[in-house]
Structures are given as C-alpha cells and as structure tokens.
Design a binder for this molecule. Structure first.
Ligand code: HEM
Length: 156
C-alpha cells in the first residue's frame, strides 16, 4: 500500500513537471512571442515564478518517493535472504533524475533570480537574453525527462 502511494506521488509529480515544461515550451512561448517586450517579460516572470514554486515541490517529491521506493525494495530483498541489485532502467532513471533535480536547482536559484532582476530593472534586452538562457536549460531538462520515459517504456 505504501509502495503504491509512493509510486502514485512519484508519477503525479512527474506529470506536473514534464507536462508543465511541455506546456511552457510549445504553447506558452509562441503565444508570448506576439507581445511587446515589457508585457512579454513581465508575464514570463510571473508565470515562471508560479511554475517553479510548484516544480520545487514536484522535484522534491520525485526524489524522495523514488529513493524511498528503492529503499523499500532493497530492504525487502535483504530481509527475504536475497541480495539487492538495482534494475538498469532504475539506475538510469535515478541518475538522470538526480541530474534533472540539480539542473532545476540551478534554474530556480541562479538563472531565474537573474532574469527577475533584469525585469525589475526594466532592462528588456538583458531580460530577454537571460530568459533565452533559462529556456535552454529548461529544454535540456525536458529532453532528459523524455529520455527517462523512453528508457522506462521503450527499452526492453
Ligand atoms: C530523482 C530520482 C529518481 C528515482 C530515485 C526514481 C526511482 C523510481 C522507482 C524506484 C520507481 C518504481 C519502479 C517500479 O516499481 O517499477 C520509479 C517509477 C517511475 N519513475 Fe522514477 N525515479 C526518479 C526520477 C524519475 C524521473 C525524473 C522520471 C521521469 C522523467 C521518473 C519516471 C518514473 C515513472 C514514469 C515511473 C513509473 C514506472 C512504471 O511503473 O511504469 N522517475 N522511479
């Protein structure tokens, strides 16, 4: 029961995180591009602030639930007299997942405040540059997330 709960939390967190990145990249960005820089950058700042607050929870829950599930499976194997060796797909997921969490930390705590500072200063050229950089890193995280899904469901 606990395992099922952990897995549900894990998958819901991933849906929010990956789904939000897909929405921002493919739907929000093209619509924002039609606005003038001040409106576009203010709106991007407000949307990303809300999205990153939610992803902070989602990324933390992904990590905690993932590590917890591995711990439970390892403990059960050892208690039943066997040994625990992690499936390759789990190793790939955990390694790339930790990388995604680290990149998100960089995006949220380094790149986003820099972008916000440029918006607050009304320096639209610099804000646009910083938003472009932030978007590149979000794009990398999206690709990593999709690779994990590919490894989990296609690589058998
Ligand atoms: C942060 C480190 C992560 C760890 C330690 C971790 C660990 C785990 C574990 C132990 C399971 C249970 C597998 C099972 O019972 O079959 C699981 C399931 C899953 N994980 Fe992760 N995970 C992590 C990150 C991620 C990320 C970043 C994604 C997607 C981008 C992801 C997607 C999934 C999915 C979709 C499942 C459900 C698989 C299924 O039952 O079909 N995980 N994860």
């Amino acid at each position: 029961m606990l395992y099922a709960l952990l897995k549900t939390v894990h998958v819901l967190s991933i849906i929010l995180w990956l789904g939000g990145m897909i929405f921002a990249h493919f739907f929000l960005r093209p619509a924002l591009a039609t606005l003038a820089p001040p409106e576009r950058l203010h709106l991007a700042n407000a949307v990303l602030g809300r999205f990153f607050a939610a992803v902070l929870w989602a990324a933390s829950l992904t990590l905690v639930s993932g590590v917890w599930m591995i711990g439970r499976v390892a403990k059960a194997s050892v208690q039943s007299g066997g040994s625990f060796s992690m499936p390759l797909t789990w190793t790939v997921m955990a390694s790339l997942g930790v990388l995604m969490v680290a990149l998100f930390g960089h995006i949220r705590f380094v790149l986003y405040p820099r972008f916000g500072a440029a918006v607050a200063a009304g320096d639209w050229a610099q804000a646009a540059d910083r938003l472009a950089r932030l978007r590149q890193w979000v794009g990398i995280n999206l690709v990593l997330g999709l690779c994990i899904i590919g490894v989990l469901y296609l690589a058998h």
